[in-house]
Write a protein that binds this ligand. Structure first.
Ligand SMILES: [Zn+2]
Length: 410
């Protein structure tokens, strides 16, 4: 049997980088090369109903090994890697029995993962750690998740004495460009609930994220020769700046943390004649989120009262919602994961995500889906690393969840 490390290292030989602004799924053809390989591996390992659709979404089943009534659950990972950093010719290396010092990735080029910048390394002294050669990302986000799920399914097949219900696995492209969940076939997946194996540090469990919306302002000015402008000119660019100054400085991404929400100015452009501003609005709390959106509308009203009706118009668009409200009513989904993490000897780290997740989208489409650690750190860059014990523990968490779900029954 392949070790989980061998499995993961083999996955890293495939370049699966996704790309923004492409009109196809997956966004890059090279993702399909890995998808086809992965489909073959699932078949070779004896999973059933292994299916890959034209867009690279892979679904497979580990059948139940008992007649007891047990809910069908699923595990999900994405196989694309971030557009932020190359994923071609990844040359992983294992630092054995890490001693707590800086890790030289490329001596000649002077690329070093130093403890001062990356203190998270110190939690992994004494462990074997997979690192890059300093020129690519590692792709533990999220091929570690895939290796963990596949290895757990193989282990369960080899241990028929461990009883479990029907388990589904799902692997998707294009998560890094925010499109992973969109085309995920929740109905075909057919699970009561699922988990994405896509978090970072060992122990992480996430089932809260932001509520998210975008606000776009259009400001119409009146351009007049500056020498004759008095009482006539309406300078759209200047009104845009005034609007930005009305956003409280306490409510920005750069001044908030934890459960504090914010307004973020994403882009601005303008001239005397016309200006536009785009903001994103974020808050974990649904009520405060609504208040924030109302505030954005009030800004337009206040400026219109000052400069004239129709000068400032705003359109608001919801982007995603906090999955907590979908997970809370089925609290056992979280409790099972917490217990599973404890059962493998790890202290759970429950965190509210200051962003979104594929699991949030899936939760609102009827598949409650918290996110569990996959074990890698410093994602999306050459300093990404993966402690092997974290990889193994995440795999064991998958197995534990299957066991606990079977014990709980319907
Ligand atoms: Zn990921």
């Amino acid at each position: 049997m392949k070790t989980i490390t061998e499995r993961f290292l083999h996955y890293t030989t495939f370049d699966t980088q996704s790309a923004e602004d492409r009109n196809q799924t997956p966004s890059t053809d090279k993702q399909l090369i890995f998808a086809r390989y992965l489909k073959g591996e699932l078949e070779a390992e004896g999973l059933e109903d292994v299916e890959m659709d034209a867009e690279g979404y892979i679904y497979a089943t580990l059948p139940a090994n008992t007649d007891a009534p047990i809910p069908t659950i699923g595990f999900i990972s994405h196989y694309d890697t971030s557009p932020d950093c190359s994923g071609a010719n990844i040359r992983p290396r294992i630092v054995e029995n890490y001693d707590g010092s800086d890790i030289v990735l490329d001596a000649e080029a002077g690329i070093v993962t130093d403890v001062k910048t990356f203190p998270e390394l110190l939690a992994h002294v004494g462990e074997d750690i997979i690192v890059t050669d300093g020129h690519t990302l590692l792709g533990a986000d999220d091929k570690a998740g895939i290796a963990e799920i596949v290895q757990a399914m193989v282990w369960l097949r080899q241990h028929p004495e461990v009883k479990h219900g029907k388990i589904r696995v799902g692997f998707n492209p294009d998560e890094e460009i925010g499109l992973g969940a969109q085309k995920f076939d929740v109905e075909k997946f057919g699970c009561e609930w699922a988990y994405t194996m896509d978090g970072g540090e060992v122990g992480e469990l996430e089932y809260e994220c932001f509520n998210a919306a975008a606000a776009k302002y259009d400001i119409k000015g009146v351009s007049v020769h500056t020498g004759y402008a008095k009482g006539k000119m309406i300078n759209a660019a200047r009104i845009a700046a005034e609007l930005v100054s009305m956003i409280p400085e306490t409510d920005l991404p750069e001044t908030t943390e934890g459960y504090e929400g914010f307004y973020h100015l994403l882009s601005s452009s303008g001239s005397c004649e016309q200006a536009s501003l785009t903001f994103i609005i974020r808050d974990h709390d649904r009520e405060k989120f609504q208040e924030r959106k109302a505030f954005m509308e009030q800004l337009a009203d206040r400026l219109n009262a000052k400069y004239g009706e129709g000068v400032v118009s705003v359109s608001l668009r919801d982007q995603y919602f906090n999955m907590r409200e979908k997970v809370e009513p089925v609290r056992h989904v979280v409790d099972i994961a917490l217990k599973a993490i404890e059962n493998v000897g790890v202290t759970p780290l429950v965190r509210a995500i200051r962003g979104g997740t594929d699991g949030a989208q899936l939760s609102f489409r009827g598949l409650p889906c918290p996110n569990i650690f996959a074990g890698g750190l410093n994602f999306h860059g050459p300093h990404e690393f993966l402690p092997i014990p974290s990889l193994e523990k995440a795999m064991k968490v998958v197995i534990e969840i299957c066991k606990l779900t079977a014990e709980r029954g319907k």
